[in-house]
Design a protein around this ligand. Sequence first.
Ligand code: UD2
Length: 304
Amino acid sequence: MARYLITGGCGFIGGHLAHALVREGHRVTVLDDLSSGQEDNLPPGADLERGCVTDGARLSVIARQCDGLVHLAAIASVEAAAANPDRAEAVNLGGTRNAVAAARTHGIPLVYASSAAVYGDAGSDPVAETAKCAPLSAYGEHKLKSESAVLTLGPRATIIRPFNVYGPRQHPASPYSGVIARFVSACLAGETITINGEGHQSRDFIYVGDIVRLFLAAMSRDPEAALTVNGCTGQAISILELTRAIAAACGAGLRLRHGPARPGDILHSRGDPQHALDTLGFQAEVRLGDGLTETVAWLRGEDQ
Ligand code: UD2
């Protein structure tokens, strides 16, 4: 049994990870300011320290009792970061520097949740970790600079670049919520959804249960060298096709309109999953249709 610190552990991915670690018999401490996460995402037995990762001294004190650190806390949306750039830089870059300092001080491994946003339009499809990064957004730039900070830890550093994560407990209410949560919720409520632009842009959607398995694999690896891996399925679907899959999963029609394209929106985003398979033996398993069924059930309140 180990004790792990998860920053952002009350968030969508962090909460699922905390549940998985507790199920495996580990102890979990969460640092979260509840700015976007919810305390009820935590499993019974997890300890919550309410605070922000911008408080480096506090983070370090908490990390002192831990065997590993998973740094997920962020303003985790391209659009939310653009709307509040100073705060986003303080949290997304400053918070990561604090997590790196804490990991270094206490000699513990760090798994960092970066983002596929670091690639921007990298020019390759699918995009591998060796691609030249050219972020299109401040969010992606902060994540890329954060990766450089994490890599200074050497072998104890693992960087995961999640693509578009979806699944139960991803809340649809915020304008910055992930597209699947928003569209499923609208479909169930009979509301009209807005596709940004033509809808030909495509994404590699990975189910939250799969991304959690990737984090667990990263946390238990032997630290021989720093590692950077995509968190992806290797399959992409256009936003227009996604609306059809969602309508099928909901068993209802989806009313849609087209709005203006979103500034800074990546056109095609599909990850190459090979490196995660070679280094961590990780492969995504949940097919989009099955993941959507789970998501619909949760948003219907069938699976609280
Ligand atoms: C996702 C992640 C982000 C980062 C990035 C990596 C979310 C919420 N954000 O950003 O954290 O990891 O991937 O590349 O998962 N769309 C619509 N209508 C809507 C909402 C979205 O058409 O009402 C489109 C949007 O313009 C985009 C796609 O759906 O083309 C996905 O949007 P998103 O906000 O779910 O995620 P993304 O790819 O911007």
